[in-house]
Write a protein that binds this ligand. Structure first.
Ligand SMILES: Cc1cc2nc3c(=O)[nH]c(=O)nc-3n(C[C@H](O)[C@H](O)[C@H](O)COP(=O)(O)OP(=O)(O)OC[C@H]3O[C@@H](n4cnc5c(N)ncnc54)[C@H](O)[C@@H]3O)c2cc1C
Length: 400
C-alpha cells in the first residue's frame, strides 16, 4: 500500500485525504494546530457558502488571471460534484436566491465532524495534530511536534497549508520561508476579500459604527454590483466591496488611492430621483424630505452628508446626481490578518497540470496555498476542493 503525507488539515488537505483513502492509499495528515479545519469553522460562523450554480465558464472567470489554470480543475470536480459529495457525507445544501449554495445546517461543525468521522473510520488514516512543517531539505520534511523534530522521507506529498489571512486559524503563510529556499517561486501574499480604509470625519466615525448600507449599487472601473456594504469606523466592507477587492487593492497600489461610486437608490432612475426630490417639501427638513421621497435610510443620509459639500443640498438636481453616483475614496486595504482570503502563494509556473511541483516530482500542492484568488461567493472553497481533486488525480498517475 502506498502512503501519502498530507500537510495541512483545512478543506484542501481533508478532501485530498478523503479521496486518497477511497483510492486505497494510506494517509498521514499533519497540521500545526491541535484541531483540523480551524478556518473552515470560522468561515461557517457567517453562513458557509460552499459553491454556486453559475455555469462553468462564468465560474472560471471569477479566478481572473488564473482562469486558464483553474478551469480544468473546476471541470474535473464541478460545483455539482461538490454538492453530491456533501450529500454522500450526509450534509444537505441549498441554493439561495442568487445561486449561492449554502449548508442547510448553520455553521460548519457538523460538516467537519462528519468529515473527520469518515476519515478516522478508515484504519489507513492517521491524523497528527500539532505537527508543524518547519523545513524541507534534500527531499525530507522536517515536522516539529512539541520539542521534537520528526524527519520524514516522503515520496508522495500533498501540501495544503493555506494562505496568510486569519493566521490564528493556522493559515499563517510561514511556509513561504522554506518554500522559497527550495528554489520555488512564490508570489507575495496580499489581502483579498478585505475591507478598505477611508478618512471618515471624527463625528461620522463615532456615529456610524458598523451600520449597513442596504441595497446599493457599487461601481468600480465601469463594473457594477448590487448588494449591502457595511460602514465601519475605518472604512467600508461587505460583499460588493469584496467583489472588487483585487482590482481596488491593485489600483491603490499603483495610484495611492481608488474611487468607487455608490448608487444609493439603484431601483430608481436619475429622472425618477429628480422628480421625487422636486416634489413639494413643505416644512420638512432636507433629511426628512430624502427619507420620505426616496426612502433613504439614516445611514445613507449620514453618508451623503459626510461625503458631499454642504451647498449640494440647496441644489436638488446636483443632489439627485450625487445620490445616484456618490464617490468614495478608498485609501488602503485592511491588514491581511482580517481578510477573508489572500492572494499570492506558490506560482503556477512551478506546477504541472495536476498541481505537482515540477522540480519535486511526487510532491503536490493545492488550495489557497497556490497563487490563485477569487471573490467570495463559494469560489474559494470550490477552488480548494477542485485543486485537491486534481492533486489526487496527479498522485494516482504518478504513483502508478
Ligand atoms: C471569516 C471567513 C469566512 C469565509 N467564508 C467563506 C465562505 O463562505 N465560502 C468560501 O468559499 N470560503 C470562505 N472562506 C475562505 C475559506 O475558508 C478558505 O478559502 C479555505 O479554508 C482554504 O482552505 P485550505 O485548506 O486551502 O487552507 P486553510 O483552511 O487555511 O488550511 C490550511 C491548514 O494548514 C495548516 N498549516 C499551515 N501551515 C502549516 C505548517 N507549516 N505545518 C503544518 N500545518 C500547517 C493550518 O493550520 C491549516 O489548518 C472564509 C474565510 C474566512 C476567514
Amino acid at each position: 500500500m502506498k502512503n501519502v503525507s498530507v500537510i495541512g488539515a483545512g478543506p484542501t488537505g481533508l478532501f485530498a485525504s478523503y479521496l486518497l483513502l477511497k483510492e486505497g492509499y494510506s494517509v498521514d495528515l499533519y497540521d500545526q494546530k491541535n484541531k483540523a479545519g480551524r478556518k473552515l469553522l470560522l468561515a461557517g460562523k457567517s453562513g458557509l457558502n460552499i459553491t454556486n450554480t453559475k455555469d462553468l465558464e462564468t465560474f472560471s472567470a471569477a479566478y481572473g488571471n488564473n482562469e486558464r489554470q483553474m478551469s480544468p480543475a473546476l471541470t474535473h470536480f464541478t460545483p455539482s460534484d461538490l454538492r453530491l459529495w456533501m450529500k454522500q457525507l450526509g450534509i444537505e445544501t441549498f441554493e439561495g436566491t442568487t445561486g449561492l449554495v449554502f449548508l442547510v445546517s448553520s455553521g460548519s461543525e457538523t460538516l467537519l465532524s462528519r468529515w473527520m468521522e469518515s476519515l478516522e473510520s478508515n484504519s489507513n488514516f492517521k491524523f497528527h495534530p500539532e505537527h508543524c512543517l518547519v523545513n524541507i531539505e534534500k527531499g525530507s520534511l522536517f515536522l516539529k511536534n512539541e520539542n521534537q523534530i520528526i524527519i520524514l522521507k516522503a515520496p508522495l506529498v500533498i501540501m495544503g497549508m493555506g494562505g496568510a489571512s486569519y493566521p490564528k486559524t493556522g493559515s499563517d503563510g510561514k511556509w513561504g520561508k522554506f518554500i522559497n529556499s527550495m528554489d520555488l517561486e512564490t508570489k507575495p501574499f496580499k489581502p483579498m476579500n478585505c475591507g478598505f480604509e477611508c478618512s471618515w470625519s471624527p463625528f461620522f466615525k463615532e456615529n456610524i459604527n458598523h451600520s449597513a448600507l442596504k441595497n446599493i449599487k457599487l461601481t468600480f472601473n465601469k463594473n457594477s454590483i448590487r448588494g449591502e456594504a457595511i460602514i465601519t469606523p475605518y472604512g467600508l466592507e461587505g460583499s460588493p466591496i469584496y467583489r472588487f477587492s483585487r482590482e481596488i487593492r491593485d489600483s491603490i497600489e499603483q495610484a495611492g488611492k481608488a474611487s468607487i461610486f455608490l448608487d444609493l437608490t439603484p431601483d430608481l432612475s436619475l429622472t425618477e430621483v429628480m422628480d421625487k426630490l422636486n416634489n413639494k417639501r413643505g416644512k420638512n427638513s432636507i433629511s426628512n424630505h430624502l427619507r420620505k421621497q426616496l426612502k433613504l435610510s439614516k445611514t445613507k443620509i449620514y453618508l451623503l452628508r459626510e461625503l458631499s459639500k454642504k451647498d449640494i443640498f440647496n441644489d436638488l438636481n446636483s443632489l439627485a446626481q450625487t445620490i445616484k453616483n456618490l464617490p468614495v475614496i478608498l485609501e488602503s486595504p485592511r491588514p491581511i490578518e482580517e481578510a477573508i482570503s489572500s492572494s499570492g502563494g506558490i506560482s503556477f509556473k512551478e506546477l504541472d497540470n495536476f498541481f505537482m511541483l515540477k522540480k519535486y516530482p511526487g510532491w503536490f500542492t493545492a488550495g489557497e496555498m497556490v497563487d490563485w484568488d477569487a471573490p467570495t461567493g463559494g469560489y474559494l472553497l470550490q477552488g480548494c476542493f477542485s485543486t485537491a481533486y486534481m492533486a489526487v488525480e496527479g498522485i494516482k498517475i504518478f504513483a502508478d
